[in-house]
Write a protein that binds this ligand. Structure first.
Ligand code: ADP
Ligand code: AMP
Length: 217
């Protein structure tokens, strides 16, 4: 299954991506995670990306597309993949279509996680991420047992620099301007499935997997 997850920042894409990818046995490819790993390593790509990420802007298409082209060339994507956070512009979507066509493939489905802006702000302002294992928590909706310590690995939790209220508002504008046109792009191609992403995480996962039933082998 070749799947794209779309939705505003904070919709729960990363949270759901791990469950959906494991259910369908495909690799989860999160462009935000790859950029953050590069920022932590201090690589050239990380130094370049960081300028845009901290401001809540999109990293330029040519940088992002080169990174995804490389990742999609790995052997583990042969039977499918789940893309989380890519594409984020119509140009990225067109390039992805071309990339897949070159290999004789097409995208199977695009799952949109639907939540309103107020919920997104609540989710992002309380998001806490583990520095060691990358697991995402929420200080009110899904708190770890010990303050600022990851239950899974004991790592330290941190708040992302781009999760300040001002940057969150800007990222929502960027989503509305540059990413939401993808909804029409994929809708016109008959690929879009919308899922209500409010309520408990397990309920959202169940709805998402139900919407993808026909791709089960
Ligand atoms: P995205 O990848 O779309 O930016 P995340 O998966 O990082 O979003 O989720 C953003 C925040 O919202 C995290 O703190 C996460 O724990 C929390 N969250 C995710 N799904 C839900 C949900 N269904 N209900 C409440 N909080 C959620
Ligand atoms: P995310 O973890 O998906 O919220 O992404 C964090 C940040 O990484 C975004 O705000 C962008 O700066 C950058 N980013 C992630 N994916 C993309 C993409 N497909 N195109 C451009 N920038 C991206």
């Amino acid at each position: 299954m070749r799947l794209v997850l779309v939705g505003p920042p904070g919709a729960g894409k990363g949270t759901q991506a791990q469950f959906i990818a494991s259910h369908f046995s495909v690799p989860k490819i999160s462009t935000g995670d790859i950029f953050r790993a590069n920022v932590s390593e201090g690589s050239d790509l990380g130094l370049e990306a960081r300028k845009y990420m901290d401001a809540g802007d999109l990293v330029p298409d040519e940088v992002t597309i080169a990174m995804v082209t490389d990742r999609l060339s790995y052997d583990d994507t042969g039977e499918g993949f789940l893309l989380d956070g890519f594409p984020r512009t119509v140009h990225q979507a067109e390039v992805l279509d071309g990339m897949l066509a070159d290999g004789g493939h097409v995208l199977d489905v695009v799952l949109e996680l639907v939540v309103d802006d107020d919920e997104v702000v609540r989710r992002l302002s309380g998001r806490r991420t583990c520095r060691r294992c990358g697991h995402v928590w929420h200080q009110d909706f899904d708190p770890p047992a010990r303050d600022r310590i990851c239950d899974r690995c004991g790592g330290e939790l941190f708040q992302r620099d781009d999760d300040s209220e001002k940057t969150i508002r800007h990222r929502l504008e960027v989503y509305a301007d540059q990413t939401s046109p993808l909804i029409g792009y994929y809708g016109d191609r008959g690929l879009l499935r919308g899922v209500d992403a409010t309520g408990p995480v397990e309920d959202v996962t169940e709805r998402a997997i139900n919407a993808l039933r026909r791709f089960e082998s």
